[in-house]
Design a protein. Sequence first.
Length: 104
Amino acid sequence: MHSPRSVLVCQSRSCRKLGAAKVLAAFQSHPVPDVAVVSSACLGQCGNGPMVIVEPDQMWYSGVHPDEVPAVVERHLVEGRPVASMLYPKIHGHRRVPKVPSSE
């Protein structure tokens, strides 16, 4: 069964101070079929943002800059390979990240 994918971009006060509005705009300007880009409320990781979560993969990205968005789009959303160097270490540690199964 096909699972809908989404990109949640935190828009809390803390993340917005760190540029989350520009990160959201960057994801919106790089659309991927069957992937929704969603503005999110606080994700509870204040000070580590802007925070981005790719669902249903449960991959958390921290400190995302707008110029890094194309890499996340191409490598993670299109090719299914999370960008390990950008993953949030508090959630993912430093382990090797597996390829995400295709949603097709």
